[in-house]
Every structure is written in C-alpha cells, then in structure tokens.
Design a protein around this ligand. Structure first.
Ligand code: G3P
Length: 217
C-alpha cells in the first residue's frame, strides 16, 4: 500500500520523506488554510521535495473554470495530481483534463456509484472519505471494500486512495481490504509505529542491560 501524507506542513512531509516511506502528498483547501501558506508556493515546495503525486485541489465549481484552474495547478510541477470534487462538473473536468494527460484525483467520494463514475471519467485516483462516513454512523471501510470489488470486477486501473483516515485501525482495515493508497495526517502515520508492548519490552531490556554492567560503545 502506498502512503501519502494528508498535510501541507513542509517539516512533517520532509521527515516522512527522509524515512523513505512517503509515496505522495494530498492537500485540500482546509489543509492549505491550516498551513497559512500561499497555495502555489507551498505546492511547488512540496512537489520539489516528494517524488510521487502531490494533489492540489481546484475550488471552481463549473467545469470550464475547473479545467482552467486545473491546468494552472498542473503547471506548478510535473508530479501534480489535480484534485476535483465528485460533482457532475467535476466529472466533466476529469474527463477533459485526464484526456490531456493530467493525473486526476477525484475527491469527496462517499458512494461506490460515485467511484464507478470517476473511474469511467479517467481518474487516476478516487478518494473515498472513510472518517466522514464514520462520523455519520456509517462504516467508511465498507465503501473501500465495495469499490475494490467493483474496480476488480471490471479491471479499472483507477487507484483507491483511502482518505479521511483518522486512526491506525483505519490504516489496517484499508490495507486488509486492498486500498492502493492511504492518505493520513502525519500524526496518524507516526502512531503506526507505536505499541505499548514495544515500549514495555524495551523498558525491560534496557533495565536488564544496565544490570549487566556492560558497554558496547
Ligand atoms: O484529504 C482529505 C481528507 O483526508 C480529509 O480528512 O479528517 O478532514 O475528514 P478529514
């Protein structure tokens, strides 16, 4: 499974990138707001740092304006994935921009039928928002399973990019279900390394080592 960082915070991205576990980055208007940075400037910086796709989201609502805005975002760097909302106009823009050879990430997906449409419109990525489905008492990971099944039934090569990941359990479940990519806040990615038994075991080993009185360095 590919790991994308769902953030526009350069330091956090750089740290994950240095570890070699980062395959891309996703941003959205809320994350740009949180970073306090200019969208073009910060997107250019992220795209220069990371080899994989960097999603930058359009804010226009009508297809012609989305297409124009998407082209501008794509011109920032070669590894930009244009992020378009899953609306009828977003699908039109997806068809046009993917036809021009751009990488498209269709976002705000909440149903399998929406995912089917995005794949047919040429999306490189579909972003089902699992945490936001959980927020309304549905099971977001069921959607990942449905999309996986449907895409495999018909051989669509659109990658399932599990988004709105809020917990380490979401990551495990998405990996079990065969999501191609997961995008999570850096804090969640850090938590993947944590286990209380690891901490407890390490504490015991260090205490016992101290008792040996030995030194390696
Ligand atoms: O990139 C979009 C997405 O991951 C949003 O997550 O936590 O705001 O629902 P969240």
């Amino acid at each position: 499974m590919k790991f994308f960082a769902d953030t526009a915070e350069i330091d956090a991205i750089a740290e994950l990138n240095e570890l070699g576990i980062l395959d891309g980055v996703t941003t959205n208007p809320s994350l740009i707001l949180k970073s306090g940075r200019d969208i073009v400037e910060v997107t250019r910086e992220i795209a220069a740092l990371v080899d994989g796709p960097v999603s930058a989201e359009v804010v226009a609502m009508q297809a012609p304006a989305m297409i124009e805005e998407g082209r501008k975002l794509a011109a920032i760097a070669d590894n930009i994935a244009i992020k378009l909302p899953l609306t009828w106009d977003g699908l039109k823009a997806c068809k046009a921009l993917s036809g021009e050879g751009h990488m498209i990430n269709v976002t705000l997906c909440f149903s399998a039928n929406q995912a089917l449409l995005a794949a047919k419109a040429g999306a490189a990525f579909i972003s089902p928002f699992i945490g936001r489905l959980d927020d309304i008492d549905l099971d977001g990971t069921d959607l990942i399973a449905d999309i996986r099944l449907i895409y495999d039934n018909y051989g669509f090569d659109t990658e399932i990019l599990a988004a709105s990941i809020r917990s380490v359990n979401h990551v495990t479940e998405c990996a079990r279900l065969g999501a191609d990519v997961m995008t999570a806040p850096p804090e969640v990615i850090h938590k993947l390394a944590q286990h209380p038994l690891t901490d407890k075991g390490l504490e015991t080993f260090l205490k016992d080592w101290e008792k040996t009185g030995q030194k390696i360095i």
